[in-house]
Design a protein around this ligand. Structure first.
Ligand code: LRH
Ligand code: MN
Ligand code: MN
Length: 388
């Protein structure tokens, strides 16, 4: 079969932001493996990300993490990125690697520590002013390990208060995306553990505050596509952090652990208008490549997202609706499964070639000599951030 033109047209606008930290060395708490060719600077991370975009046409933006990607002149960094054909995207805040934040950041009981965390968010907004980025991403490690350790309700009140101060600093075109995660590093309670809590805060803040859904941040068995449908329905799905997981926050290649789940998520994205640029849903990867090559790991990831988007776009929505309304359970399920089981890889390869992109970006990267060159040129690469 060949993919209909209207599906290809929708795929043309797809863009998936890459995390700068995917290119740095990372690992587990047991070991961070050194990888040849690892970037030593943010410029080198951007160069690697730009390479993914050149080969796939899918990744025109790079997300920064502050302070991991701190530089003196962000406007110059944006110019450097543009020279390589990419933009600087989401600015990720980091209030999880400073001793002061051991017992919390935006929720801390000490006003001085809350102020320090708020000032960090202001610093990130200043970076956004210089890079022209749209989104400030806030993920908090805040939480407690033992019942009684903290006042759960007072922490929510302080969180609301701190977030309001950050929100007030946002420019007209800027947004805040509040990421939730059910546990880790806190093991008893987390202050933003689920989409509902993120939604409650975002709804109170206003239209520039939206929920960030990291696919690895749910309890096993959670129906993530339901959350996608609900947030799109509420107009509050701001962004995705895509990755996949077998156990917890594994940060594996998106679509690797459960391609069917990725398909179901993309089906709800398509159905809820999430691919329409007017709805401004930002698609980002949040992954770490501990044992596999980092650039090919990112290429594989964006191709997986594209493939599952294409399959989701192939769902015969009229037939699906008719079967649903007729109460024909198995026919409705069959419509969905027909699209999921459709192998779109050769069609997408041909389409890439028609747009002067390599038919097989993985093979094109392997034979390009880029990896060999950076292996030789770069000595002493940086770790992704944590464990550094
Ligand atoms: C937290 C998280 C968040 C951080 C990133 C490094 O687990 O998903 O998005 O910024 O990892
Ligand atoms: Mn994340
Ligand atoms: Mn995570």
């Amino acid at each position: 079969m060949s993919i209909p033109t209207d599906v290809l047209t929708q795929l043309e606008h797809q863009s998936i932001e890459l995390p700068s930290w995917a290119f740095g060395n990372s690992g587990t708490r047991f070991k961070v493996f050194e990888t040849p060719g690892t970037p030593r600077t943010i410029e080198e991370k951007i160069a690697d990300a730009a390479r993914v975009n050149t080969l796939t046409g899918l990744a025109p933006a790079v997300a920064l993490h502050i302070p991991w990607d701190k530089v003196g002149d962000y406007a110059a960094l944006a110019g450097y990125a543009e020279g390589l054909g990419v933009k600087l995207g989401t600015v990720n805040s980091n209030t999880f690697q400073d001793d002061d934040y051991k017992l919390g950041s935006l929720t801390h009981s000490d006003p001085a520590i809350r102020s320090k965390a708020i000032d960090h968010m202001y610093e990130c907004i200043e970076v956004m002013n210089q890079t022209g980025s749209q989104d400030l991403k806030i993920w908090l490690a805040d939480g407690t390990n033992y019942p009684g350790q903290g006042n759960l309700r007072a922490r929510q009140d302080r969180l609301a208060n701190s977030l309001a101060k950050v929100y007030d600093r946002l420019g007209d075109e800027q947004r805040m995306v509040l990421e939730y995660k059910f546990f880790e590093p806190a093991f008893y309670h987390t202050d933003v553990p689920d989409w509902g809590t993120s939604y409650v805060h975002c709804a109170a803040l206003g239209e520039k505050a939206l929920v960030c859904l990291d696919t690895g941040h749910h309890a096993p068995g959670t129906n993530i596509e339901f959350i996608v449908a609900q947030l799109l329905r509420l107009g509050k799905l701001g962004s995705f952090d895509f990755n996949s997981r077998f156990y917890a926050d594994d940060d594996l290649i998106v679509g690797a652990a459960d391609p069917f789940q990725l398909f179901r998520i993309m089906h709800e994205v398509v159905r809820g208008g999430g691919l329409d640029p007017a709805n401004k849903v930002a698609f980002m990867l949040d992954q770490c490549h501990n044992v596999e090559g980092k650039i090919p790991g990112q290429i594989r990831s964006v191709l997986n997202v594209q493939e599952m988007t294409a399959r989701a776009l192939l769902v015969d929505s009229a037939a699906l609706e008719a079967a649903q309304n007729a109460g024909d359970v198995l026919a409705a399920n069959a419509v969905l499964m027909d699209a999921f089981y459709t192998d779109v890889r050769s069609d997408l390869a041909a389409w890439r070639e028609s747009r002067s992109l390599p038919a097989d970006p993985m093979a094109a990267f392997a034979s390009s000599g880029y990896q060999e060159k950076i292996n030789a040129d770069r000595q002493g690469g940086q770790q992704a951030g944590w464990g550094a």
